[in-house]
Design a binder for this molecule. Structure first.
Ligand SMILES: [Zn+2]
Length: 70
């Protein structure tokens, strides 16, 4: 049978209140991923990357993108 004579581990002195718990968790939030729009075609892009739809990057066409819909 399990017998615990000594308290060998740290135990909270008192219960954490709702307010204290919520104050601590204000720092735990999901980061919003950075998304910019292509100035040429308006597609959503990750910053510092060429556009996947039109190949545009800093005003120049850097990628050869095949145009399927015309
Ligand atoms: Zn584009």
């Amino acid at each position: 049978m399990l017998k615990l004579d000594l308290q060998e581990f740290a135990v909270p002195f008192r219960r954490t209140s709702k307010t204290k718990k919520r104050m601590r968790r204000t720092h735990l939030k999901k980061e919003v991923s950075a998304i910019v729009k292509c100035p040429k075609c308006g597609a959503n892009l990750k910053p510092h990357r060429a556009c996947a739809k039109c190949g545009n990057y800093k005003g120049e066409v850097k990628l050869n993108v095949e145009q399927e819909e015309e």
